[in-house]
Design a protein around this ligand. Structure first.
Ligand code: BEZ
Length: 202
């Protein structure tokens, strides 16, 4: 059986879980609850993934897979989910990369507050993470709205998980302010059963 090192707060883990739900195969993967981070690695998958990060997928018939982009692509192939449309693949993959970058920056901000002593936190570095998120959200509104419409694909899933994480951990920054199209799209996407089944917690 496939096994996934999992934490319901991680937006990267959520991406994988949404893919599994969209493929209607969530029950075919055993979840291994993992809590930790770079400074607390006891429960992290160090033996399976030298980076010790979530998500990591353990397969019965080959080495473990990471990171979320590789795992999602593998699951799509394994379960024939059809989440990587060939005719738009470079745009879809770039949208996924943009959403992953938003998640990276937002998780960095979470980690800064969680793992660093307050006197070592550096406000300009944190603001630079927000600048990155703001620029990415503006670019998505300016360029990618047509790609967010239509049949579900990995770019939409990644963007839904990125926005969900901003609401979950960084609601005070109100990513919706000054934007209209992306909030509307997200409100609709959040209604999907796969998104409702994977709401973040922790
Ligand atoms: C979080 O608690 O925000 C979190 C947990 C695991 C990975 C990334 C973020």
């Amino acid at each position: 059986m496939l096994k996934l090192f999992h934490n319901a707060a991680s937006p990267f883990v959520r991406k994988v879980m949404v893919v599994l739900h969209e493929a209607d195969r969530a029950e075919e993967v055993e979840l291994i609850h993992s809590v930790g981070g770079p400074l607390a690695t006891e429960n992290m998958p160090l033996a399976e993934n030298p980076l010790g990060k979530l998500p990591t997928l353990v397969r019965p018939d080959g080495p473990a897979l990471y990171d979320s982009r590789v795992i999602c692509r593998y699951l799509d192939d394994h379960f024939d989910a059809g989440l990587y449309p060939v005719d738009r693949q470079w745009d879809v993959l770039t949208l996924e990369a943009t959403a992953d970058g938003i998640m990276d920056a937002a998780v960095m901000k979470t980690y800064e507050g969680r793992w660093r002593p307050e006197e070592l936190q550096y406000a300009p570095w944190v603001e630079a993470q927000w600048d990155k998120i703001d620029r990415a959200l503006d670019a998505v509104e300016a360029r990618w709205m047509p790609l967010l419409a239509g049949p579900v694909h990995i770019g939409q899933i990644a963007m839904g998980c990125a926005l969900g994480y901003l609401d979950f951990r960084h609601a005070e920054r109100d990513w919706r302010a000054g934007r209209a199209d992306l909030p509307d799209w997200y409100a609709g996407f959040l209604d999907r059963a796969s998104m409702q089944a994977t709401l973040p917690e922790g």
